[in-house]
Write a protein that binds this ligand. Sequence first.
Ligand code: ATP
Length: 469
Amino acid sequence: MAKLLIIDDERAIRSTLREILEYENYDVEDIDNGIDGLEMIKKSNFDLVLCDIKMNKMDGMEVLEQAQIIKPDLPFIMISGHGTVETAIEASKKGAFDFISKPPDLNRLLITVRNGLDRGNLVTETKVLKRKVSKTREILGASESISKIKETIERVAPTEARVLITGANGSGKELVARWLHEKSNRADSPLIEVNCAAIPSELIESELFGHEKGSFTSAVKQRIGKFELANGGTLFLDEIGDMSLSAQAKVLRALQEHKISRVGGEKEIEVNVRVLAATNKDLLKEIEDGNFRMDLYHRLNVINIHVPHLTERTDDIPVIAQNFLESICNDYGMPIKKINDGGMAALQALPWTGNVRELHNMIERLIILSDKVITENDVRAFANPGGGTNIGAATSTQIAGLAGSGLSSTFDSFNNFQDYKDHAEKEFIKFKLEKNNWNVSKTADEIDIQRSHLYSKIEKFGLKRADTP
Ligand SMILES: Nc1ncnc2c1ncn2[C@@H]1O[C@H](COP(=O)(O)OP(=O)(O)OP(=O)(O)O)[C@@H](O)[C@H]1O
């Protein structure tokens, strides 16, 4: 039964409304002033409020305004004996659902209340649905390549085909995987993600297939692996190019036989899982170098979706940037800022080494640091300090300065480019980790790479906190 509150300082009006509404089976409470009315709104869950405009202690418009802060979705119907068009407009501008005049017309009152309640339900339902899909952001962009990707998703999602999603970091591979799952017949079952780069190679098999208690030193209790957890649904193997060869052999067997066994277990367990995989590596090159199994590659690569680099689809930047701008401003609860034409053109000209993820971070930075209108100067000034977007920022004088500052002897100690790059990368990561007290998430955010990548770099360079043995 819907719960209604009447706020009106005229006793006769309160009892008339109450009688009519209770007759229609609504649960009604009433109060003669706005201050107590607001207290009641705070404490109880009303579905709708009917509120007089002209009241002594607190004006109805003020009640409406304050109620909107406490319960922004609560529908308000304003009542007035002085029903003028102006008042109605003012009330609806402030967020009232509708307006009725005194003395209330029975039919109009009932229809307005019913509509108000319907609207309230719709708002709640929409919020619930939005929350449900919130992890799957719309794939923005209308470029030819993005339109083709969307078309392929529609076509391939409802099938059981395995899909290998390729593309650079932050280009949207995971988003594509999410949509393949959402639009599949498995959408009601789980989508389980495994970031193969984030898991040390000795633990990946246990992560994927689970383990029996006591199967290795730290296996203190039985563990269910991701293949089993994804049963009936989809398993997304992200960064598959970083998976160890022994784990690859086991994944291959699971794909061929639809069976797995837990580490240290004898039993074979049947699994019904659709596998999607993603990588930023060139798997054919990895095969050539002996790091990836050819047979697994063919199993995974039934359909290939390649997500191009953002610089190959700069036409999409305005639409993505505008969407990010609105959603971030909304999240911060601030008025939506604007990007002027110069600012947008400057965004389109950046190198976007971190792709759409970097664009998102950049827009967030611009919202925080710029004034109402984001200009070309703002884009230049706040281009990513940690990533590669600041290309051109180091002047020739600065470079000359570096050469004269003793760095030239450092350069000299490296014979090849790769060694120097590794050294520079290692020192940079070490510096940032130490600066952030080895908070990996914070460091990953600051230097604009995925946490999983940071973990694999830490492993690759054998980095350790100064205080660990
Ligand atoms: N076309 C797009 N429209 C809207 N948002 C996008 C789009 N492409 C990517 N994003 C957003 O950019 C961020 C990075 O995307 P995602 O995680 O899918 O990239 P990825 O290629 O899987 O990255 P990585 O290789 O680093 O794991 C996410 O927040 C994602 O929602």
